[in-house]
Design a protein around this ligand. Structure first.
Ligand code: HEC
Length: 241
C-alpha cells in the first residue's frame, strides 16, 4: 500500500480529523431532522412518506396551497368543522361574497395572529391572510416549490455539500481499504447529490421521480456515513502492520 495512512499522522492531526468528522456527522443529522420536520405531514398523513416528498416538489394539483396548509402544517390551528367550511369555499370557486360571510371570520380568529401583514413581513415566508386579495393568492392550485426556490436550494446544496464531501473525502483518502471500494465510496456521494438535485426538478414535472430523490438522498447519506465511520475507526484503532 502506497501513501500516508492514519498511523503516520501525529496526535494533533488525528484530533483535527476526528473533530471535523464528528461535526460533519452532527450537521448531517441536523439536516435529516430538519428534512423530517419540514416535509412530514404535507399530504395530511402524519410521518414522512414518498407522497410528502412528491408534494413538496410537484405540489398537490388537485388542491390549493391553502388546503394543503390546512391539512398539513397549519392543521393544528383549526378544528375540522372550520376546515370543512374553508375547503368547501375553495371547491365552490373561492368567490368574494362567501369569503366575507363564512371564511373571513374563521381566518380572523384563528390565523391573523401569525398572518397579518406585519407578521408576514416579520416572519418572511408566511403569507398575509388579512384580505380577500391576499387569501386568494394561496387559493390557487398548489404546484409545489417554485422554480426560483429550487434553483436557490440547488446552488446552496451543490456548493455546500461539495465542500463537505471534499473535506470528508480528503480525510478518507488516508484509510486503508481495497482500492476499488475506496474509489467507489469517494465518487458515490458526488454522483448521488447531483442525481438528487436533478430529481427535484424532475419531480416538479412528474411526481414519480420522488423515488429518485429518496434513493439518491439515501445513497448520499450511506456513503457519507461510511466515509466518516471508517475514517474514525482507522484513526484510532488501525495499527501499522
Ligand atoms: C402560530 C402561528 C401561526 C398560526 C396561528 C397560523 N399559521 Fe400559517 N404559517 C405560520 C408560519 C410560521 C408559516 C410559514 C412556515 C411554514 O410553511 O411552516 C405559515 C405558513 C402558512 C401557509 C403557507 C404554506 C405554504 O405552502 O408555504 C398558509 C397557506 C397558512 N400558513 C395558512 C394558515 C391558516 C389558514 C391559518 C389559520 C387556520 C394559519 N396559517 C395559522 C404560522 C402560523
Amino acid at each position: 500500500m502506497k501513501g500516508r495512512r492514519f498511523y503516520d499522522c501525529d496526535l494533533s492531526e488525528k484530533l483535527l480529523y476526528t473533530a471535523f468528522l464528528l461535526l460533519m456527522g452532527l450537521g448531517y443529522l441536523m439536516a435529516l431532522t430538519y428534512l423530517y420536520i419540514s416535509h412530514q405531514g404535507h399530504d395530511g398523513e402524519p410521518g414522512l412518506s414518498i407522497h410528502d416528498i412528491a408534494e413538496t416538489y410537484y405540489g398537490n394539483r388537485s388542491g390549493t396551497q391553502l388546503e394543503a396548509a390546512l391539512r398539513g402544517p397549519m392543521a393544528g390551528y383549526i378544528n375540522p368543522e372550520e376546515r370543512t367550511i374553508i375547503v368547501a369555499w375553495l371547491k365552490s370557486g373561492a368567490n368574494e361574497p362567501e369569503f366575507e360571510s363564512s371564511v373571513k371570520p374563521i381566518i380572523d380568529r384563528q390565523c391573523l395572529m401569525c398572518h397579518s401583514t406585519e407578521a408576514a413581513k416579520q416572519f418572511g415566508n408566511t403569507p398575509a391572510l388579512d384580505s380577500f386579495e391576499n387569501v386568494h393568492k394561496v387559493a390557487a392550485v398548489d404546484t409545489g416549490l417554485s422554480l426560483l426556490t429550487l434553483v436557490k436550494l440547488s446552488h446552496i446544496h451543490l456548493l455546500g455539500i461539495g465542500l463537505v464531501l471534499l473535506g470528508i473525502g480528503f480525510i478518507f483518502c488516508l484509510v486503508e481499504l481495497r482500492p476499488m471500494v475506496k474509489y467507489t465510496l469517494i465518487l458515490a456521494p458526488f454522483i448521488a447529490i447531483v442525481a438528487d438535485i436533478m430529481a427535484w426538478f424532475l419531480t416538479k414535472w412528474d411526481p414519480v421521480y420522488a423515488y429518485t430523490v429518496v434513493t439518491s438522498g439515501a445513497l448520499l447519506g450511506v456513503a457519507m456515513a461510511a466515509q466518516i465511520l471508517i475514517s474514525l475507526y482507522q484513526i484510532w484503532f488501525l495499527k501499522e502492520k
